[in-house]
Design a binder for this molecule. Structure first.
Ligand code: NOJ
Length: 526
């Protein structure tokens, strides 16, 4: 059995987690000091967002050296201390690998610009202008504008699906493949247990770089997201050929024990599953509920479609450093928190590996970042699409800057209320934090009897009933009571998002609005 079966991961956005040296930016020292919190919470693995040397044009997703630590986060010794402490606490270590693009400050790209005849030129996608003298095709950057920037010295354009300081690598070049195989080996030899692979669905691109078909009209004032959605991304995203890259990584020494989680942001279940298994990715991140307004019926249907498509499940998420926080997206306040927790209860009933995003265990809503303090390049292009509200510092305590730093935080945002902090919630067993922890403990405790992919039993719209071995999960995402008929037998309650003191149940039960419960076949075999 692989270590990630039944595991729960925790995403640390390192810049905003904990700062140990007072420069206002989170770092490995701070993370290491706070690892106890993760162990107490009951997660099994920590995924750290990119910490490599970087000009921070996209806060670390622009890597200038894949084998080192940016001084703002510490050094390699700090990384080793972090990994050792994690291991001592029983936590697996996952790091973010960014193979779609480098920083424009990476020595490869510098050589590519300095000498068009250098081997490194072939690491990137340079092309002459299109027939009209503009970009070679109609691809767009996720961050706004064309996916092409002119290199004036050579008169050629280079491709970047994100920031112009994030030039895309050319994965049809075997030298690029070799470089990354060595990078993967470098980190696995240092004891890394897994990788979250950034933009895993975009590594290979159409050989002829054909235009993407336009499917919607494009307004001149369209935001980057709107413009991007106006095209069908058949030539820049989701190509089958990206799979070979993961297969090569899985066959490296130690590869079968190294978890590969792909950020496959296609929101297409068949495409995502096609990258997994049989020597490919172990798991793809699930984004099916991330860019949608609250929709109980649609959410249950979407989750069911995904759950039924893969016996191994997915890396289930509703939160990350790229999305508005779930309680905010789901209507805010207590209702938003209960909705998020009900979905989490379903995640915990399924195979795969759910990932908590820092602060999600507290039920945090978005932080507030005023327009003049925006840091995110997406937020600079379109304030309301910006990602800073999900990236505000982790609120540890009720002291200055919520205990995140003794300096000035890199991202200026309002102070969190006492009830939003780890300290306060830990002292209050009726808090969201304790409930969330209880849910994770329930998942762990029931793992031996939660077998199989989970069968979705008949239920009214917006209600889910999932039977996995001897574990039964019922979730009612709607605002009305939901009547469901339980499978034959008696069912003992193990967890309830509403903290109800529920009796052993059988036959038909009413599941209260916006709540979820976990039962086991009675008498409890545990
Ligand atoms: C996905 C990452 O999660 C996001 O933060 C980043 O901007 C893009 N990939 C580009 O690397």
């Amino acid at each position: 059995m692989q270590w990630w079966n039944n595991a729960v991961g925790y995403e640390v956005y390192i810049r905003s987690f904990a700062d140990s040296d007072g420069d206002g930016v989170g770092d490995f020292g701070g993370l290491t000091e706070r690892l106890d919190h993760l162990a107490w919470l009951g997660v099994d693995a920590v995924w750290v967002t990119p910490f490599y040397p970087s000009p921070q044009a996209d806060f670390g997703y622009d890597v200038a050296d894949y084998r080192d630590v940016d001084p703002v986060y510490g050094d390699m010794e700090d990384f080793r201390r972090f990994a050792t402490r994690a291991r001592d606490l029983g936590l697996k270590v996952m790091i973010d690998l960014v193979p779609n693009h480098t920083s424009s400050e990476h020595p490869w790209f510098r050589s590519a610009l300095a000498d068009p005849d250098s081997p490194e030129r072939g690491y990137y996608i340079f092309r002459p202008p299109g027939p009209d003298g503009g970009p070679p095709n109609n691809w767009l950057s996720h961050f706004g504008g064309p996916a092409w920037t002119l290199d004036p010295a050579s008169g050629e354009y280079y491709c970047h699906l994100f920031h112009r300081m994030q030039p895309d690598l050319d994965w049809s070049n075997p030298a690029v493949r070799r470089e990354f195989e060595e990078i993967v080996e470098f980190w696995t030899e240092l004891g890394v247990d897994g990788f979250r692979i950034d933009v895993a669905h975009a590594l290979t691109k159409d050989h002829d770089l054909r235009d993407n078909p336009q499917i919607l009209p494009l307004a001149s004032d369209a935001t980057p997201n709107q413009a991007f959605s106006a095209f069908e991304h058949v030539h820049d995203l989701g190509l089958d050929s990206s799979r070979e890259i993961f297969e090569a990584w899985k066959s490296l020494p130690g590869g079968s024990d190294t978890l590969l989680v792909g950020e496959v942001y296609l929101v297409d279940v068949d495409r995502s599953t096609s990258y997994m298994g049989d020597g490919g990715l172990d798991l793809c991140l699930f984004f099916g509920l991330n860019r949608r307004p609250w929709d109980p019926v649609g959410f249950v249907d979407e989750l069911r479609d995904w759950a039924e498509a893969s016996k191994r499940g997915f890396a289930w998420t509703i939160a990350s450093h790229d999305e508005n926080r779930p309680p905010t997206r789901f209507g805010g306040g207590e209702a938003g928190r209960r909705r998020a927790l009900s979905i989490w209860t379903l995640f915990c009933s399924l195979p795969g590996m759910p990932f908590v995003y820092q602060g999600e265990e507290l039920g945090l809503e978005d932080g507030s970042v005023e327009p003049e303090h925006v840091q995110d390049p997406v937020g600079k292009a379109a304030y309301h699409e910006g990602r800073d509200p999900a990236r505000t510092p982790m609120p540890w305590d009720t002291g200055p800057d919520n205990g995140f730093t003794t300096g000035a935080p890199w991202l200026t945002s309002g102070t969190r209320a006492p009830a939003e902090t780890v300290q306060h919630q830990k002292e209050h067993p009726d808090s969201h934090l304790w409930l969330f922890r209880d849910l994770l403990a329930t998942r762990k405790r029931l793992a031996p009897i939660r077998t199989g992919p989970g069968r979705w039993l008949p239920a009214p719209p917006g209600v889910a009933v999932v039977l996995s071995g001897e574990v039964l999960t019922v979730a009612n995402l709607t605002d009305d009571p939901g009547g469901v008929v339980l499978p034959p037998g008696d069912w003992s309650p193990e967890f309830d998002t509403a903290r109800g003191d529920n009796p052993v149940a059988s036959g038909r039960i009413e599941v209260p609005p916006t709540s979820a419960r976990v039962y086991v076949a009675a008498p409890s075999p545990l």
